[in-house]
Design a protein. Structure first.
Length: 327
């Protein structure tokens, strides 16, 4: 992979990948691994934020927490989808949103934090939303790829040694189930806005001592309850085209196909789901021609795939964050 941009270059790509490996790594640590100064990393970071859509944020891992994760597909009255998508994007329980089907369809992910929140959205607000004509809900059963696994890792931008040097050191994984306590909410509220918030900032926000903040952060990350993720405009990498793939397989082929998808460079996320199709995947490619080549080639050759529907995004409304409608 190479940056296909007049603004960004190979070093920017390496900084992006370093942040995908460890979004809280200091600029000095990243610089030491990449062989540049911390000031250079800081400049590249600021420019990627300003011009490349870079955001580093903490994400609650619904799968590790045992919470529901749904993908919803809404068919809307023409011209109504953007306003509905904007309203959904402002909800803290939506994780990504895209417009498809010429702007008449909204596809989005949601992680309700309780049964009440889930029922409020699926059984209450959405069915009563004017100009929503049809709702299809797919519950995630198993994640094959995505979440803490970053898409850039597939392209080996950094060497194995560089990745190892950047990996966060949280200590051994916790034996207890991943859990977020009520007293963690002030801490996560800051990190969900800025995953690189400093320990002094977190101390001020939570009222805890800095050492207590560090211990709790380490426990949350080690358990897998929370991870730090990055978003950016894939256009700066030369990959402006994204599509959701609704895949139906035979039951016996479900896991095998999911594992195969996880190894494909084009796939940024893949999961087994309950619903009209049993695998939902997100493909990110350079062009519609490349999407066709993927559908008719690597995906089409997988034994056990019975049906595929592709929904190219007309516009991505939300990835992880939604600062303003202008994005």
């Amino acid at each position: 992979m190479r940056m296909e941009s007049d603004t960004f270059d190979e070093l920017d790509l390496r900084v992006l990948d370093a942040l995908e490996v460890n979004g809280r790594a200091s600029f000095s640590r990243i610089g030491a691994v990449l062989g540049v100064s911390d000031q250079t990393v800081a400049r590249r970071y600021r420019r990627l934020c300003a011009e490349g859509g870079l955001r580093v944020v903490a994400v609650r891992d619904a799968q590790r927490l045992g919470q529901d994760h749904w993908t919803l597909r809404l068919r809307c009255v023409p011209d109504s989808a953007p306003a509905i998508a904007d309203a959904l994007a402002k909800r803290p329980d939506t994780s990504w949103i895209g417009l498809a089907a010429g702007g008449t369809e909204i596809i989005f992910g949601t992680r309700p934090r309780s049964v009440g929140d889930r029922d409020d959205l699926l059984l209450g607000k959405l069915p009563r939303t004017p100009r929503v004509l049809e709702i299809h809900a797919h519950q995630m059963l198993h994640r094959f790829y995505g979440g803490p696994s970053g898409w850039l890792r597939k392209f080996a931008v950094l060497s194995d040694d560089e990745v190892a040097a950047l990996r966060p050191r949280h200590g051994p994984a916790a034996r207890e189930p991943a859990r977020i306590e009520p007293e963690d909410e002030p801490l996560l509220a800051v990190l969900e806005r800025d995953g690189r918030a400093t320990h002094p900032e977190l101390r001020r926000a939570t009222g805890r001592s800095e050492s207590a903040v560090k211990r709790r952060l380490a426990a949350l990350f080690a358990s897998g309850a929370v991870y730090v993720d990055v978003e950016y405009h894939s256009e700066i990498l030369g990959y402006p085209t994204a599509a959701v793939l609704w895949i139906t397989t035979s039951p016996a082929a479900l896991h095998r196909v999911g594992q195969a998808l996880a190894a494909h460079d084009e796939i940024a996320h893949a999961a087994a789901t309950a619903g009209p199709s049993n695998i939902i995947a997100t493909a990110v490619v350079r062009s519609t021609a490349d999407l066709y080549a993927y559908l008719s080639g690597p995906l089409g050759r997988l034994e056990g795939v019975q049906h595929v529907e592709a929904s190219p995004f007309l516009r991505r409304i939300k990835q992880l964050t939604y600062p303003s409608p202008a994005r």
